[in-house]
Write a protein that binds this ligand. Structure first.
Ligand SMILES: C[N+](C)(C)CCCC[C@H](N)C(=O)O
Ligand SMILES: O=C(O)CCC(=O)C(=O)O
Ligand SMILES: [Fe+2]
Length: 411
């Protein structure tokens, strides 16, 4: 019941957001509509917001927002890129006493005499409408054919380690496809660590910093067996699942053991195209994943709570998928009348994820290091025989994106 109320609230917030457009009310007796020479910009003071037409877009700016984002030296420290202004001191019914727009700027005078100047292009770029029309992270969603036809070049160890452009190419492909390979890496744990550190700092977890595993049952998890593993994302049981997983197969003397990769966002997008209801069930119903193991010397118990699909509410862009049927915990966060619909939505996603045309199979070999976006691309493996040793580590997504941004990429 509580959950349904929560949904209603969310739904009303959403419809409110759609209805946020403002009624054209005159402020005082002043004429409020203006067309500036050139005709490319047009603005009016509405009762509850400032409306700006600029660059072919109509944008609305709330007055508290306009006061809050003032970039004057007293309100904003441009050396540290931090706000000085105490947002708590802004009257929630604040309105400018004077407004002026010239070719490039909007000038607002506030009741206390403070003047705020906004560059119009800055406003357009930072408006809700501007944000809504572009993806936070541009991606190429793929199935096996799309990925194969793209012929994404792999990068090679030596150039990767010495040349920033090579790292940039690698990261740009990683951001677009959610997977990327470095070839010719010496088959040791140390060199795998070195190649990884070129990308970002390593995230230490209960599995250690760099880990290496075989089918020795050393941990309470089926990864440490020779069994096949269906597609999944790792560490769904962390409150913040690991952003990136790095795999390097150091040895395999035997058969099988191929790695399966599936673009989870491609399938999520199919669900969105086919059923908004299913997409919303997957993106709004929080469920638990759990990991419990007793190592004798140490007991590990991890719980992560969140929806299968984490999405930005303003554009339904998926930014994280938690999909791990092995580690999914008892569902006790969903009322009985929603559970059936949730299972149907989960089945819809599962059917998409399992389509053979969405499966990319690769055989990891010594030298070939695979980076997987664990918030997006699911991995699995074929059962195998013989001795097989895989090493790797987890990375935090923030740190990888930080490296990408430092190289000028949009991330
Ligand atoms: C990668 N490494 C072998 C260290 C850990 C494997 C963790 C497996 C776990 N079921 C999960 O999906 O998170
Ligand atoms: O053995 C493999 O190829 C992968 C196993 C797995 O899913 C994991 O370690 O996260
Ligand atoms: Fe895994």
């Amino acid at each position: 019941m509580a959950l349904i109320q929560f949904w209603k609230l969310r739904a009303s917030v959403r419809s409110a957001s759609r209805a946020w457009g403002c009624a054209p009310v005159m402020v005082g007796s002043k004429k409020s509509q203006h067309t500036v020479a050139g005709g490319s910009r047009n603005w009016q003071l509405l009762d509850d917001c400032f409306e700006l037409q600029y660059g072919g877009q109509v944008m609305h700016f709330n007055y508290v927002w306009l006061r809050d984002h003032c970039r004057s030296a007293s309100c904003y420290n441009s050396k540290t890129n931090q706000r000085n202004l105490d947002t708590g001191s802004i009257a929630l019914d604040i309105r400018p006493t004077k407004t002026r727009v010239d070719e490039e700027n909007l000038f607002l005078t506030w009741p206390d005499g403070h003047i705020t100047r906004y560059n119009l292009a800055w406003l357009a770029k930072n408006s809700y409408q501007g944000q809504k029309s572009s993806a936070i992270q541009p991606r190429i969603l793929w199935n096996s054919e799309i990925y194969t036809n793209a012929k994404v070049p792999s990068v090679s160890w030596e150039k990767f380690m010495s040349c920033d452009d090579e790292l940039k190419t690698f990261l740009s492909n990683f951001l677009l496809y959610g997977i990327a390979f470095v070839e010719d890496v010496p088959a040791t744990i140390d060199d795998t660590e070195t190649v990884t550190k070129r990308v970002s700092i390593i995230r230490e977890t209960i599995y250690g910093r760099m880990w290496s595993f075989t089918s020795d049952f050393s941990r309470g998890d089926t990864a440490y067996t020779k069994l096949a593993l269906d597609r999944h994302t790792d560490t769904a049981y962390f409150q913040e699942p690991s952003g990136i997983q790095v795999f390097h197969c150091l040895r395999h003397e035997g058969t099988g053991g191929r790695t399966l990769l599936v673009d989870g966002f491609y399938s999520a997008n199919r669900v969105l195209e086919q059923s908004l209801e299913n997409f919303e069930l997957l993106s709004r119903v929080p469920i638990k994943h759990e990991f419990i193991e007793n190592l004798g010397t140490q007991v590990n118990h991890m719980i992560g709570i969140g929806p299968v699909l984490s999405v930005y509410p303003w554009n339904n862009e998926v930014y994280m998928m938690r999909y791990n049927n092995y580690d999914r915990a008892v569902i006790n966060t969903v009322p009985h009348n929603v559970v059936q619909r949730w299972y149907a939505a989960h089945r819809h996603l599962t059917d998409e994820l399992r389509k053979p045309e969405n499966e990319l199979w690769v055989k990891l070999k010594p030298g070939k290091v695979l980076f997987i976006d664990n918030w997006r691309v699911l991995h699995g493996r074929e059962s195998f025989t013989g001795f097989r040793q895989l090493c790797g580590c987890y990375l935090t997504r923030d740190d990888v994106l930080n490296t990408a941004r430092s190289l000028g990429l949009q991330a």
